[in-house]
Design a protein around this ligand. Structure first.
Ligand code: PAF
Length: 344
């Protein structure tokens, strides 16, 4: 596993050396000294990656950002958007950003935890009651500090987007209570909190990158997975043995639009400002589109014959994961967790 991951990161690094952030100078200025300076005639071509399909809001939001940035910089900053993990799965791509071998990505927070454990606080199960609750926390002091803290790992966290509330799908039977999860092999993201939560629920969690998950579902290596409704739709999980979906909403999946600090520091301040503003707009657009997609995607899943368990009493699920809260109180601070839970 480790060897495979190393090879993927090495491959991403080699790809970047040949294809990554490229600059062409019309002025002959030294690009590496650009940060904080006024823009000269240089052109920057940046590559942005994500793991989802071209009809997913991540892609639509990034394309809109690319268009606006290009317009506002008179064509001097171009962003090329790569879907479907073409630049690496979320964990690999995040690592590449920290190493300066990739420029930009939008990723759910779960795999970022492997490099920046503090961000794990927003990956606690049943933390957010609603989208509005999540927006208040993420757009407030706690969320903004988490973005700022990414600089310590060589990443500039520009804005929050989202992938939506996560729900459980599986091939075996309808899940209405934690006991139904007993023995179910479920693919989770590569995140220790998610792993603990599914262990506490009695399932058999198997963390893996999304790039491996589809095959694992198709071949029956795992029985189920958990993701927002839009992912089940855009990835046609009904064709990967997923017959049942339970709307547990056990996790809200925030997403971060982020840059490698190495790339960021090469950009003139004027362009950095434009990128920050456009990333925020793009994050808001992604949130809006994901919210809208829930209803449409649910309709598709039903039409495709999936049985959707919509009315779920989540209190037994919430109770079962309480030990996870006790475990992570010392890591994230009980006060901070309570501050999030009590944000109105
Ligand atoms: O399950 C995951 O790994 C993520 O939710 C996904 C599908 C890559 C989107 O961020």
């Amino acid at each position: 596993m480790k060897k495979k991951r190393f090879l993927l990161v090495a491959l991403a690094a080699i790809m970047f050396i040949f294809t990554g952030c490229s600059k062409s100078s019309e002025s002959g200025g030294e690009a590496d000294k650009n940060s904080g300076e006024k823009a000269s005639g240089e052109t920057f071509t940046l590559k942005a990656g994500h793991s989802l399909t071209e009809d997913h809001p991540y892609h639509i939001g990034l394309l809109e950002m690319a268009k606006n940035v290009e317009e506002r910089t008179d064509g001097k900053v171009k962003i090329e958007v790569f879907p479907l993990s073409q630049l690496g799965a979320e964990r690999e791509l995040t690592e590449a950003l920290t190493l300066g071998t990739a420029d930009m990505s939008v990723s759910s927070t779960a795999p970022i935890v492997n490099f920046y454990p503090e961000i794990g606080i927003v990956d606690m199960p049943f933390l957010f009651e609603s989208r509005e609750h999540a927006y208040k926390v993420l757009d407030g002091e706690i969320g903004q500090e988490l973005l700022k803290g990414m600089e310590n790992i060589g990443i500039i966290g520009l804005a929050w987007g989202e992938n939506g509330f996560r729900h459980i799908t599986n091939a075996k039977h309808p899940i209405t209570k934690p006991a139904d999860l007993k023995g179910i092999k479920i693919r989770t993201q590569e995140n220790p909190i998610h792993l603990d939560a599914f262990n506490a629920l009695g399932a058999k969690p198997t963390p893996m990158a999304w790039t491996e998950a589809l095959t694992a579902l198709q071949q029956g290596v795992v029985d189920g997975q958990e993701n927002p409704i839009v992912v089940a739709d855009t990835y046609k999980l009904f064709d990967a043995n997923q017959k049942y979906m339970t709307l547990t909403g056990h996790l809200y999946s925030p997403a971060v639009i982020m840059f490698s600090k190495t790339t960021w520091d090469k950009l003139p301040a004027e362009y950095q400002e434009i990128l920050s503003e456009e990333a925020k707009k793009s994050g808001d657009q992604i949130r809006e589109l994901i919210k809208k997609s829930d209803e449409d995607s649910l309709k598709v899943l039903k039409e495709q014959g999936m049985e959707i368990i919509e009315e779920v009493d989540v209190s037994p699920f919430r109770e079962a994961i309480q030990p996870v809260y006790e475990k992570y109180e010392s890591e994230f601070g009980k006060e901070k967790i309570d501050a999030i839970l009590n944000t109105k």
